[in-house]
Design a binder for this molecule. Structure first.
Ligand SMILES: [Zn+2]
Length: 77
């Protein structure tokens, strides 16, 4: 998922905490995977497709959080 999709999904409450089943409130970005294919001095292709984030539930007393490269696992269907 790209960062903007993650942001939108948080805003639309589409990430669900597996522990308390409430919408996940926050995330923190911790890395972005960028795959660059270089040919001589020219970068032919830059593909940034995976954003690693920490999803943070932050509902009431729930302390659930998870660092993941695959946040779509927590998306509502
Ligand atoms: Zn929770």
């Amino acid at each position: 998922m790209q960062l903007k999709d993650i942001k939108e999904s948080i805003a639309n409450k589409r990430f669900i905490c597996p522990k308390c089943k409430q919408p996940i409130q926050k995330f923190e970005k911790f890395a972005e995977t960028i795959d660059a294919v270089r040919d001589g001095f020219n970068i032919q292709d830059i593909d940034s497709n995976a954003t690693r984030v920490t999803l943070i539930c932050a509902n009431g007393d729930c302390k659930w959080q998870e660092r993941t490269e695959y946040p779509m696992e927590f998306l509502l269907d």
